[in-house]
Design a protein around this ligand. Structure first.
Ligand code: C5P
Length: 227
């Protein structure tokens, strides 16, 4: 079987990572969650005081980029990779609403994207990879053999995300999660640098009313037809 590149893009909380992980496991491919990389840079920026609800100092963030190291480390017990920021496991912290609120601002910074896209291209050099994000089919791997664009209504996505955050014990309201989903959709789709777009050769996949098993089976079948 030949090895291909699978690019999964789409709006926030569409369940991209769940499907991407399953697909990677079934095909014996590497899975890369690029959102985790933007989230880790954002966590760094928050900790340093470069971004907050009321202020942004992107110049200082850009100057600090060379001192930010990001690594995915496979956790055998969990069966997936966790994000390390300067050798610290930050997998939990990058998923908070606080980080979600700042991440789209940070991800719109050209220099941040240049650094992360370069790393992502290097990770996919050998193919045999499933990568999810916002610009994977359009910018990181425009030649990917299989491109998917996932969508679902903002309310469906906010419900899923709200439940996830509650399950983790976070103190959030549905309304603030919905507000965050809409605000990220807007910034991600309207930014100047690599906005979220439907690549012309991508398959659009609305999973508002689709269960996980059906989603996986459809995608898996598509992939097998190409491989
Ligand atoms: O995928 P996730 O929702 O964790 O991504 C968090 C944020 O990171 C997105 O809302 C977007 O602003 C940014 N992102 C991006 N490009 C990617 C992946 C994520 O701009 N390839």
């Amino acid at each position: 079987m030949k090895k291909i590149t699978i690019a999964i893009d789409g709006y926030s909380s569409t369940g991209k990572s769940t499907i991407a992980k399953q697909l990677a496991k079934a095909l014996g491919y590497v899975y890369v969650d690029t959102g985790a990389m933007y989230r880790a840079v954002t966590l760094y920026a928050i900790r340093k005081g470069f971004v907050s609800e009321t202020s942004e100092d992107f110049e200082s963030l850009i100057a600090a980029l060379p001192s930010i190291s990001l690594k995915f480390v496979h956790n055998e017990d969990l069966g997936f990779s966790e994000m390390y920021l300067n050798n610290e496991n930050v997998e939990k912290e990058i998923r908070t609403l606080e980080v979600s609120k700042q991440v789209s601002k940070v991800a719109a910074v050209k220099e941040v994207r240049t650094k992360l896209v370069e790393m992502q291209k290097a990770m996919g050099k050998e193919k045999g990879i499933v990568m999810d994000g916002r610009d994977i089919g359009s910018v990181v791997f425009p030649d990917a053999e299989f491109k998917v664009f996932m969508t679902a209504s903002p309310e469906t996505r906010a419900h899923r995300r709200y439940k996830e955050l509650l399950d983790r014990g976070d103190d959030v309201t549905y309304d603030e999660v919905l507000k965050n989903v809409r605000s990220r959709d807007y910034i991600d789709s309207n930014r100047k640098e690599s906005p979220l777009i439907l690549a012309e050769d991508a398959i659009e996949f609305d999973n508002s009313d689709m269960g996980l098993i059906e989603q996986f089976e459809r995608m898996h079948n598509y992939a097998l037809r190409i491989i």
